[in-house]
Design a protein around this ligand. Structure first.
Ligand code: G4P
Length: 291
């Protein structure tokens, strides 16, 4: 059990300086920044330095993957970001839902720029956006959907060269693919846990039992009905320590290891697979009031 307290997710600090430099170099080339976050963890899936790095440009935040996030929470997050003076749109880049709003929001965000282009006799000048986001938030999916192309995904790993490239979207919008790997707030262990819940970090970084126990810590409080419905456990079981609750879940599913005790590793993998497969419903792990 002690290990559940100690393990944390490690990120790649060595590459930050390079990404910072590339963002600074490329920023003068764009009119605005499109930041893609995961609607299930809109704060933990953000880069902590981006506000400061890109403060000179208007920002549009896409709360992506809203198809798998709690719709009430997504609505709260939209209000939260708008109150910060940012433009925010809930989207599902995989299906394209919500992306029809992008054009309108982009024009609102760049109203002054468009007026100035018109005054200079360049009314049709393309609007250029830098697309940024930590790995797995859906940048490639967004760019592909907007451009109607099926590009091969460039590898989003430190050490793999990822050249910047412009992608034309055909409606006067040009997108610049992220220059470099953006990192999450890696010094906060809770951020690593939430990225692990949604499968954004490999399960071999944190073992599945650890992730499952920490996920149960959250579900027991915020989404108890989903647990009760799915795993045929009793409300009393929710008072158990999360590891014991995992045993209950495994027992209820008849997951026995050799010797007759519950196979908690299998129970953990089942819980994680079922959550990530959408079987527990649309869940969000961060609310504006919790920050
Ligand atoms: P990245 O460039 O920011 O690293 O992210 P990428 O577009 O590669 O997307 C990461 C994963 O998220 C992909 O899944 C992608 O399909 C999925 N995804 C992107 N947008 C959405 C969305 O709006 N909703 C949902 N539910 N998923 C989304 P994958 O498992 O890596 O690949 P695959 O399942 O598409 O084959």
């Amino acid at each position: 059990m002690a290990d559940f307290q100690k393990q944390t997710v490690q990120w790649f600090p060595g590459h930050m300086a390079k990404t910072r430099r590339k963002i600074k170099e490329n920023l003068p080339l764009v009119d605005a920044v499109v930041e893609i976050v995961d609607a299930r963890i809109p704060i933990s899936s953000r880069n902590p330095e981006l506000d400061e790095l890109t403060s000179s440009k208007p920002r549009i935040i896409l709360l992506n993957k809203c198809d798998v996030a709690d719709p009430n929470a997504t609505a709260q997050w939209i209000k939260f970001f708008e109150a910060e003076g940012k433009y925010a749109i809930p989207v599902d880049c995989k299906s394209g839902k919500g992306l029809n709003k992008f054009d309108e929001v982009a024009k609102a965000a760049l109203h002054d720029k468009i007026e100035s282009n018109i005054a200079k006799g360049m009314p049709g000048k393309a609007l250029r956006f830098m697309v940024v986001g930590i790995p797995n938030t859906g940048k490639s999916t967004f760019i592909n959907k907007m451009s109607g192309r099926n590009r091969l995904k460039t590898e989003d790993r430190p050490g793999v060269t990822r050249t910047s490239q412009w992608v034309a979207c055909g409606n006067g919008i040009e997108l610049l693919d992220t220059p470099g790997v953006l990192w999450p707030k890696f010094d906060d262990p809770a951020v690593g846990d939430k990225l692990a819940f949604i499968g954004s970090v490999k399960d071999d970084i944190l073992d599945s039992e650890t992730i499952a126990v920490r996920l149960l810590d959250v579900l027991k409080v915020d989404y108890k009905d989903c647990l009760l419905e799915r795993y045929k456990i009793s409300p009393e079981d929710l008072k158990l320590e999360s590891y014991e609750l995992l045993e209950q879940i495994g027992a209820a599913r008849g997951m026995k290891a050799r010797g007759g005790c519950v196979d908690t590793e299998r129970a953990a993998n089942t819980l994680l697979d079922e959550y990530r497969g959408g079987k527990l419903g649309k869940l969000t792990f961060e609310r504006p009031s919790n920050i």
